[in-house]
Design a protein around this ligand. Structure first.
Ligand code: AHG
Ligand code: MN
Ligand code: MN
Length: 337
């Protein structure tokens, strides 16, 4: 890790990768960096002050909102609105997309979609949580309020995506389509410092991550794949190791570094899966592809799905290339369930 290469400097250095963006993306990522520090500070106080627990309301998806879900949502929105690069945001915690009203924001070229706090049900018990973000150029004319079309673009139109993981250390990992880079937060100097340049995920791995309690409700192909993971074939490193934290960001981050696969298939209670295409799956798909891996809904590449709704869910299989290809084969061979 180099404390002499901070995220801010790195972004400026890479600015020439985006001749059309001339510093705008740098300013946008600066908003994210700042909000991440504020949320990090608050999360670190969890348990000491009364900031954990539910607010007693549900979001549009019927999930209980935690105080920190709303805190993170507000801070990211405020940091983005304070600069002039984003004309509107969509969030897990907002029913509809939010258009920023400030005059300068109307001339902004980008929209951002986010899961402000991922894994928030884990926060009371001191388990890693995260923030996930996805950035697009708007398709509606600059100077007008953003439209639904700006937010419902397929993942392969993303210009940047990333996540912050608030874990044993806090990290920001992002891509702008030129590799994946990771920065570790040094609280003593208040900076994210370059720790993982050009991250590549192993071609295959030996970790599978799935909520196996739902086994009985999985499609047949997924059940068979799980049995395949558990078979003893020492020359192929099987049985694999099962690891599941229940925070997508944390499970994804571990598998990205070590090699593995994360699965959230459809179940009886969640017929299209649980994870949200726009602000959970697409950003992770962009990152994993940039790191040499794959992201699929079991049949199709995640980033080619044309979204129809803001909070749309999708089955999600993401990780090392060979492992995602393998589960796709199992699903293809067992099509009727
Ligand atoms: P969120 O906290 O943003 O609602 O996301 C929770 C998601 C994801 O982080 C995690 O991988 C998954 O839900 C866990 O779901 P199960 O508890 O059904 O395994
Ligand atoms: Mn989430
Ligand atoms: Mn969330």
């Amino acid at each position: 890790m180099s404390e002499f290469r901070t995220l801010g400097e790195f972004i400026v250095e890479k600015q020439s990768d985006f001749p059309h963006a001339s510093g705008e993306l740098s300013s946008l990522l600066a908003s994210i960096r700042l909000a991440a520090k504020i949320v990090n500070r608050e999360i670190n106080k969890a348990g000491l002050v009364d900031i954990t627990g539910s607010v007693g309301a549900e979001n549009i998806q019927g999930e209980e909102q935690q105080k920190l879900d709303l805190y993170a949502n507000d801070k990211f929105k405020a940091a983005l609105e304070a600069r002039d690069q984003v004309c509107g945001v969509a969030s897990e915690e907002e029913d509809e997309a939010v258009a920023f009203n400030k005059e300068l924001n109307k001339n902004a070229k980008y929209v951002l979609l986010m899961d402000p706090l991922d894994g928030s049900s884990n926060i009371d018990v001191n388990v890693s949580v995260g923030t996930i973000f996805s950035i697009y150029r708007r398709v509606s004319p600059v100077g007008t309020p953003p439209t639904q079309e700006d937010f419902l673009q397929p993942g392969d139109k993303q210009v940047a995506a990333g996540y912050v993981i608030y874990g044993s250390s806090t990290m920001l990992v992002y891509t702008t389509g030129n590799g994946v880079h990771g920065f570790t937060y040094d609280p003593s100097i208040g900076s994210f410092c370059l720790s993982h340049e050009k991250l590549m995920t192993p071609e295959t791995g030996s970790i599978y991550s799935i909520n196996e309690g739902n086994y009985i409700r999985f499609p047949l192909g997924v059940k068979k794949y799980i049995k395949y993971c558990q078979e003893s074939v020492p020359e192929e490193n099987r049985p694999y190791t099962s690891r599941y934290i229940g925070s997508l960001v944390a499970d994804f981050h571990r598998n990205l570094l070590k090699g593995g696969i994360y699965l959230y298939p459809s179940t009886e209670s969640h017929p299209t899966g649980k994870l949200r295409l726009l602000y959970e799956c697409n950003p992770m798909a962009f990152l994993i592809e940039q790191a040499g891996g794959l992201a699929s809904d079991g049949k199709n590449r995640i980033m080619e799905i044309k979204p129809t709704e803001l909070h749309q869910r999708v089955p999600f299989f993401v990780g090392s290339k060979a492992m995602v290809e393998k589960v796709e084969q199992f699903i293809e061979q067992n099509p009727n369930e």
